[in-house]
Design a protein around this ligand. Structure first.
Ligand SMILES: Nc1ncnc2c1ncn2[C@@H]1O[C@H](COP(=O)(O)OP(=O)(O)OP(=O)(O)O)[C@@H](O)[C@H]1O
Ligand SMILES: [Mg+2]
Length: 447
């Protein structure tokens, strides 16, 4: 599957690219305007200089005595001149030239006004009926340098703006999406069976309706599940009294019936009723295991709960259960004591029922909150083992049962945030069956 692109990356790249393109467009426009204005300014300076020199040159030429010969005009600074000019008469003879004027850049018969060559911008003007003509030249390099510098000044900020925009957008989007990340974490942190609405403050307006829709969905799901559970629990509960009454009646009938087939039949009905009562009891346990209320308000110490549960079983099971408790004084986890009782009952009941009656059942709890129930007997094949925690799934056992015990255990363990693991053969042995429950550990609250 294609990995989704992050909004943060998309916005950072998109906004930076957009800003860069706009900046480049604006730079191109500004540069054209600046170039035009520069040309106008340089041209008007060139024209003004020619118009100033021309009357002075005419005056100087008019005051000359003798034949008209070209005269070099020295500059104040003797290094290369910026503007150079030539003054000619109507026949094109040079009457005056600036100190640095190179003849080849000027035309013999200049056209009035501005002309441009490869390297120069020229301006020509005349007075006294075209008898004195001036042509003044300005190297283009100067204008080109000015326009290059203007372009550079416009482009240079972009070098800083691109990383600033990338980083700024990235940070801004990250800050803006903080509440969305908090929402994601709140959803991920949900335990199994927690279908209460997810509350996250200040979600963006685009996400808020989505969160509301999810909450509505959760609410509908919670109601549907609750209805299903309460139906199971109620039906099992409602069955309890009539079942008990019928069982009592059938027991009396069996006692009162004469020896023979009637008594055998009554015994069969009694057994079937007992199975029915067990099934209704398991259904009630399943409804509790899959409902809320598995977690206790404060962490519970598992040691006394376990000791008490095992002691009850040992009273009736010929002391087959060996209990091993940790050295630690307390092993605490947030589990409802009733739920822990149901879990323990199902695991021990299985171990006694399916384990080798000649071998003991080992129940142990470690300091890190790992409960183990191990019994002897033939190992269960791996493919069967995998499916045993599903509802109504049973192994190849001849003994009666409904296939709900391990499903109930699994629901309770997941409901309190723990892990249930089945192993057969049991660890460190080549036979037997082991159920391992790892509880999340909590520090006990001080009384
Ligand atoms: N300690 C065990 N040793 C060997 N097999 C086991 C053990 N515990 C469970 N099993 C196998 O897993 C199957 C499912 O057990 P589970 O407790 O879910 O149902 P059940 O015991 O058959 O019926 P229920 O517990 O609802 O009366 C059992 O039928 C049995 O084959
Ligand atoms: Mg069972």
């Amino acid at each position: 599957m294609k990995r989704p692109i992050s909004l943060q990356k998309r916005l950072s790249l998109g906004l930076t690219l957009g800003m860069t393109l706009l900046w480049l467009g604006a730079t191109a426009g500004t540069w054209l305007v600046v170039q035009h204005e520069l040309d106008e300014t340089f041209d008007s300076a060139l024209e003004a200089t020619a118009q100033r020199i021309l009357p002075l040159a005419a005056l100087e030429i008019g005051n000359r005595r003798g034949p008209r010969r070209a005269r070099h005009v020295a500059t104040l600074k003797m290094d290369s001149e910026y503007l150079t000019y030539l003054v000619r008469d109507a026949d094109g003879r040079i009457l005056m030239r600036s100190h640095d004027a190179k003849l080849k850049i000027f035309s013999h018969r200049p056209t009035p006004g501005f002309t441009t060559t490869d390297k120069y911008r020229l301006y020509s003007a005349s007075i006294e009926n075209d008898s004195i003509v001036i042509e003044i030249a300005e190297p283009l390099a100067h204008r080109r340098e000015a326009s290059r510098e203007a372009l550079l000044a416009l482009l240079l900020p972009l070098l800083g703006l691109i990383p600033i925009s990338l980083l700024g957008t990235w940070l801004f989007v990250r800050l803006s999406l903080r509440s969305v990340l908090a929402y994601r974490r709140a959803v991920e942190a949900r335990g199994v069976g927690d279908l209460s609405p997810i509350q996250v403050a200040r979600l963006p307006a685009e996400i808020d309706p989505l969160a509301e829709a999810v909450n509505h969905l959760l609410e509908r799901l919670r109601k549907a599940l609750e209805a299903e559970r309460s139906f199971t629990a109620n039906s099992a509960h409602e069955l309890r009294t009539p079942l008990a009454a019928t069982l009592a009646q059938i027991q009396r009938l069996r006692q009162e019936a004469p020896e023979g087939p009637l008594q055998v039949r009554a015994a069969k009905i009694e057994n079937a009723l007992r199975e029915l009562a067990r099934l209704s009891e398991k259904l009630m346990q399943l409804a509790k295991a899959e409902g809320g209320g598995l977690l206790s308000q404060s962490p519970e110490d598992l040691i006394p709960l376990l000791a008490h549960g095992v002691e009850e079983w040992n009273r009736g099971a010929a002391a087959r259960i060996r209990l091993q408790l940790p050295e630690a004084t307390r092993v605490c986890t947030a589990i409802d004591p009733d739920a822990f009782g149901i879990l323990l009952r199902n695991l021990i009941e299985n171990a006694l029922k399916y384990g080798d009656p000649a071998q003991p059942v080992d129940v142990s709890l470690s300091t890190d909150g790992c409960l183990r129930v191990i019994n002897g007997g033939p190992a269960v094949p791996a493919d069967v083992l995998q499916r045993l925690t599903e509802r109504f799934v049973r192994g190849n056992s001849e003994t009666s049962g409904s296939g709900l015990g391990l499903a109930i255990a699994q629901s309770i363990v997941h409901g309190v945030g723990g892990q249930l693991h089945l192993a057969s053969p049991a660890s460190g042995r080549d036979d037997g069956f082991e159920v391992r429950v790892q509880f999340p550990q909590q520090t006990p609250t001080q009384p």
